[in-house]
Design a protein around this ligand. Sequence first.
Ligand code: UTP
Length: 414
Amino acid sequence: MEEKLLAAKQMLQKYGQEHLLNSFNSLSKEKQSNLLDEILTTNFKQMQELYETTKTKADFHNVKLEPIAHITKAELSAEELEKYTSLGENAIQSGKLAVVTMAGGQGTRLGHNGPKGTYDLGLDSHKSIFEILCDTMKEACEKYNVTIPWYFMTSDANNEDTIQFFKDHNYFGYPKEAISFFIQGKLPMIDTEGKILLDEDGTIKQAADGHGGIFEAMRKNGVIYDMKEKGIEWVYIGGVDNVLAKMVDPVLTGLAISQGTLMAGKSVVKANPHERVGVFCKKDNRPNVIEYTEISDELAESTDEKGELLYGESHILCNQFHLSALEQISQNKLPYHVAFKKASYLNEKGEVVNPTEPNAYKFEAFLFDAFSTVDEMSILRVKREEEFAPVKNAEGVDSPETARALYKAFYHIN
Ligand code: UTP
């Protein structure tokens, strides 16, 4: 311990983070040891660089933006539909598709006490979001007569509760051996001076590294290797909070196979030019997503000769990757984006502070930054009422109430 303490002190001094040991003496032996391990494994140089990024504003003016081509599922001819469906079905039936559900988020807007997937949507059946997703997956397995390997990305904060929930409910009848969980990465949170925050228990305050952390987490946790062993070629990756998500869709898989692309994404048409969603586009000639905060009013409102929005393909976090693309992306770091959040912490005197205003920077990678690693991506526009019912906010838009209504309408439940 003494040696570790000395090494930690040296490290902290080098990066001006000595305050992290302020409450060291009041910690239990176990917590002291945890804190030292955290200090000795933290990449302080990276944190310093990330702090520098908080001082600069991203400049979108020099980026070349263009609309991206898409295919509308509802407008496919019978032959096209048949072609994509049969290509996709072949891949699915021969066990080449795996599904990953990203469930590592904090779900702060929903404010549910527990992992978002455990949330009771409020149906008469009282099904949780996890159970609803399981229903969809079970139906697909039955339809294609295959057991689809299903992975859940969790975070340090919710991994145990998530696994316990599945155990308590006997995996909702999904074959247990086909389900696995892996934990995403995390990064320390810092204050406006670049000082790393201490958590209430005296260890470093860390937060999940965003849904873009999935690629590195898949590699580090052996998920990519496991998929290779299983002969997986295509991987659907989606969020946990869309209760109408169709994770197994032969048309999406078949479209990518037919177009020879390594990535495919589903879109729904933007409800109005100023809906607060990111849209698929091309940035500097490569597929990407532009956030609603980044797009000018003029571009957001621009239309084609048919009156359709040029930037109208909302990114709904329903994407599919070829395993070789995942392997490649996972070797590189995606950029981190900064969010300014409220975060409780331990102050210099060892007191817990619960700020009422944002006080801390959190760093997150975004999954869609990976799109620009390929030249082309297949975009399939699907119908919102059939495939997109997100649970994001406690009330209002994209809330349990709206998702429940969409779910009931789709399944014809009164
Ligand atoms: P959101 O960006 O909507 O975040 O995640 P969230 O955590 O669910 O909710 P808020 O913003 O705190 O209210 C979209 C999807 O990405 C997953 C979420 O679990 C959700 O399925 N996600 C997000 C992760 O798996 N890890 C992360 O670090 C962030």
